[in-house]
Each structure stands twice: as structure tokens, then as C-alpha cells.
Design a protein around this ligand. Structure first.
Ligand code: EPZ
Length: 419
């Protein structure tokens, strides 16, 4: 595992371009399994997780070419519907190929995803939903096998929690259950859900209501190919916006969708950050003082995103007072707090809530990254701190941040990656 060396007291200036969304590309690749014809995906970020998903499609017998951000997927001539453990182990989102493969070929087997550092990651909503769609589910020795047993005419699936992955998995699976009418209630509303629905409708499926809590799908048999451009990565964009503000910088962030980041902008404006919109897909971020403290509740979209929670806590560690961040999506997603305390941050965590007492100074230290968003938070703290920071076990940051060293260097950060 490599490490990042970050020079402190940085001030981020200049401009950077946001890449395509990891969390849109992954479900869209899973949906490409449905296609009977060639699919072209543009603005695909070159990330470890995206490469893993492409490997999964290849292991299923599909042909995948990827060059300069454009991926071409050709349907399988000899499909394989048993996905190897070593691929699924690498990335939880791989599990979402189970439904599409089983819907298209009648049966499929995928290993249960492991846990991860941000908490227990069950898939009960996925499995219960697949059963309601007419699949039998067997779980043996960590392998889940789904088999299309019965034809369902009409079903309502109410999710106990607006799960992003379960919404995407069930929407994609239902899309080709010919003649089946499915309603998903309490669906996730993230922009990535809308992008997935947009893709599914382009290949001939009939998905309505994405972006609301109620999604309706009319299963269709045949699908076509299409060309689709992945939406900008709102979490990557938000991470850089927070980093610019945290270093009292003045920089432009391009190729983002401003409407996907309303909750973040509201929080940062309250803390004193100045935004000026240069274009619809471009914003200038300016901060000249220590942030004012804020109270944040992390909730499913359109609320403040859990994937920016570690980063905003790093930003608030030098605020002019005490801030609170209540995490309601992954209640134990606070492993980064122990590492931030090593910089001198004063943070208490009780029952899913972080209390951040702003300090005057952070000092550069050696730290360990626990997940990709925690790694981003440690980079932000390193840029804010006095002295040098070394972030060990950092390779997972490349799962979600394309060319992060180059992009931060372009913003005048002094940062180096060492194997
Ligand atoms: C997606 O994960 C994202 N990953 C995560 O981003 C993101 O943090 C999360 O949504 C929440 O926004 C991708 O899109 C690839 P969930 P997902 O199902 O789908 C519980 C990143 O850094 N739950 O919305 O796995 C679950 O435990 C990653 O890019 C069940 O109980 O998240 C959690 O408490 C990290 N049973 C809550 O729902 C289930 O069957 C939300 O999880 C499914 C979920």
C-alpha cells in the first residue's frame, strides 16, 4: 500500500475539472449487462472500482474496451453467470450484477459482499426485493444464487430505508422482466439513480419517477444499445470544494452539476464560504477566514451526503467554535475521527453524532486511511496542518478520485505519492 506526503499550510488556487461519477458509472455498467446490442459510455472515470466492474463484465462473457474515458460494451456471445469471489470481494457494488444477470439468463451466482470500514453493509433489502420480483434466493458458503422462478404481473416493493444500492439493483433487474409492473416505494433519490434510469430508458426500458421516492418500472423484453454520458461526480466535486475552502483558497471547479450539491453549498455558505457561479457547470470557491461553526444532519439525498461527512469534519476542525455532525446513514462512519485527533483536532463522537470543537492549529502527522472518503478527509487535514503529513495505506483513495495528485498539484498543493 502506498502513501501520500502532503505539505501543510497550502492555499488552493487555480482551476480543476471534475471527472465522471464513480457511483453512477458502477450501476450503469451493471445495467449494461441487460443490453442485446453495443453500448458506448462516455465520461467514465478511470478508477480502480470502475476497472473492477469492467473485469466483472468480462468474466460474464461481455467484451469491454476502455480508452480516454470512453467504454464500449458488447453483449456476451457465451455468457457466464457465476461471478468469482475475488472480484466481488474487491468492491461491494459488484453484488448488483446478480439481478440483471439472473433476469437476463434465468440464473446467476455472486458472492455476498464483505463488510468494510464504514460499517456493516447488509444486502437484505436487495434479497427481499429480488424474491418479490419472482426470484428464488439460495445462500450457500457465502455465495448467493438467484433463479427466476415465477412471473409476477404486479408488485410493490417498499424499502425500509431509501437504499441507493437496493434501489439501483431492483430497478435494473425489473427493467427486463417482460410484462411485470413494479413500483419501488421509499426509493433513493440520488442523481445517480436518475442517471441510471436515463440509461435504462435509452436502451428501451420503461422506468418512471427516478429522482422521487416512488419509481415505476414496466418490464420490457428486448433492449437495444445506446450511447450515454455519465454525470459528473458530485462527491469528487464536493471534496475539492471543501479542500479549497479549508485552505482559505480561491479556485474554480469545472464540469460539475451545481444542482447536485445544494446541501453542501448551504452548509459552506453558512460557514462563510463565498460562491460565484461562473457557468452552469462551473463555480468559483473563495474563503478568506476560519469557518463559522455549523450544525449538519447527514441524510439520504437531497440531504447532506454521507460521502462528504469525513471531509466536512476535517474542514470544521479549525472552525471558530463548536459544530455538530449527525450521521444517520452509516451511524458508525467515524473511523477517520481517531486519525483527525492525531492532527490535534478536538472531536467527540457519541451515538452517531460528532461534536467538533474548533482549534487554532493542526499539526502534520503520520496517519492511516481507513476508507476512500476518510483518506480524502486526511488529505484535507494535511493541507490545513502546519508541517508535513504522511498518509499511509492510501491506495484506496484511487478507488474514488481520478488523478487526485495531479489535480491537487494543479491547485498548487505540494503533494507526492510514494509506492
Ligand atoms: C451507496 O452505497 C454508495 N456506493 C456509497 O458510497 C454511499 O455512501 C451510500 O450509497 C449512501 O449514499 C455506491 O453507490 C457504489 P445504501 P450503498 O444501500 O448502496 C443500509 C463511496 O464512498 N442497508 O444506500 O451500499 C446500509 O447498511 C461509497 O463512494 C441495509 O440495511 O448504500 C446503510 O445503513 C461509500 N440493507 C443504509 O442502508 C440493505 O440491503 C444506506 O446504504 C442495503 C442497505
Amino acid at each position: 500500500m502506498g502513501r501520500l506526503i502532503v505539505q501543510g499550510q497550502a492555499r488552493l488556487v487555480g482551476s480543476i475539472k471534475v471527472s465522471g461519477s464513480k457511483n453512477s458509472a458502477l450501476p450503469v455498467f451493471a445495467a449494461a449487462l441487460l443490453c442485446d446490442e453495443k453500448v458506448i459510455l462516455q465520461n467514465v472515470p478511470d478508477l480502480m472500482d470502475v476497472r473492477t466492474m469492467m473485469e466483472i463484465l468480462v468474466s460474464a462473457g461481455y467484451r469491454v474496451d476502455f480508452e480516454n474515458g470512453t467504454a464500449t460494451v458488447n453483449p456476451a456471445t457465451t455468457p457466464n453467470t457465476v461471478i468469482p469471489y475475488e472480484l466481488v470481494r474487491k468492491m461491494r457494488a459488484s453484488f448488483n450484477v446478480l439481478g440483471p444477470l439472473a433476469a437476463k439468463y434465468g440464473t446467476a451466482s455472486v458472492s455476498l459482499p464483505g463488510g468494510c470500514s464504514i460499517g456493516v453493509r447488509p444486502v437484505d433489502y436487495h434479497l427481499e426485493g429480488l424474491q418479490k420480483l419472482g426470484f428464488s434466493i439460495q445462500v450457500e458458503r457465502g455465495i448467493v444464487t438467484a433463479h427466476l422462478e415465477s412471473k409476477i404481473d404486479h408488485v410493490i416493493i417498499s424499502l425500509p430505508f431509501p437504499s441507493v444500492g437496493a434501489t439501483e439493483h431492483l430497478m435494473t433487474t425489473a427493467a427486463i422482466l417482460d410484462g411485470t409492473h413494479v413500483i419501488i416505494e421509499n426509493a433513493a433519490m440520488e442523481p445517480e439513480i436518475e442517471d441510471l434510469a436515463d440509461f435504462l430508458n435509452k436502451i428501451g426500458c420503461r422506468v418512471f419517477g427516478a429522482g422521487t421516492r416512488r419509481i415505476e418500472i414496466f418490464g420490457t423484453k428486448r433492449t437495444t444499445g445506446c450511447s450515454h454520458r455519465i454525470i459528473p461526480d458530485r462527491i469528487e466535486a464536493g471534496t475539492y470544494i471543501i479542500a479549497i475552502a479549508a485552505t482559505r483558497g480561491d479556485a474554480v471547479v469545472e464540469n460539475l452539476n451545481i444542482s447536485h450539491l445544494t446541501a453542501l453549498f448551504d452548509v459552506l455558505k453558512t460557514s462563510g464560504v463565498i460562491f460565484s457561479q461562473v457557468r452552469q457547470d462551473c463555480v468559483r470557491v473563495t474563503m478568506s477566514e476560519s469557518p463559522r461553526p455549523v450544525k449538519i444532519q447527514v441524510t439520504p439525498y437531497p440531504g447532506f451526503p454521507t460521502d462528504l461527512q469525513p471531509q466536512i469534519i476535517a474542514f470544521l476542525s479549525k472552525a471558530q467554535g463548536t459544530s455538530t455532525v449527525i450521521e444517520t446513514v452509516f451511524k458508525s462512519r467515524f473511523q477517520h475521527v481517531d486519525e483527525l485527533r492525531r492532527f490535534g483536532a478536538k472531536i467527540e463522537v457519541t451515538d452517531g453524532t460528532a461534536i467538533i470543537h474548533g482549534v487554532e492549529k493542526l499539526s502534520g502527522v503520520q496517519v492511516n486511511a481507513t476508507d476512500l472518503r476518510a483518506a480524502a478527509a486526511l488529505v484535507i487535514a494535511g493541507l490545513m496542518a502546519e508541517g508535513i503529513t504522511v498518509i499511509n495505506e492510501v491506495d484506496q483513495i484511487f478507488r474514488g478520485y481520478e488523478n487526485i495528485v495531479e489535480k491537487l498539484s494543479k491547485l498548487s498543493a505540494v503533494i507526492e505519492y510514494q509506492e
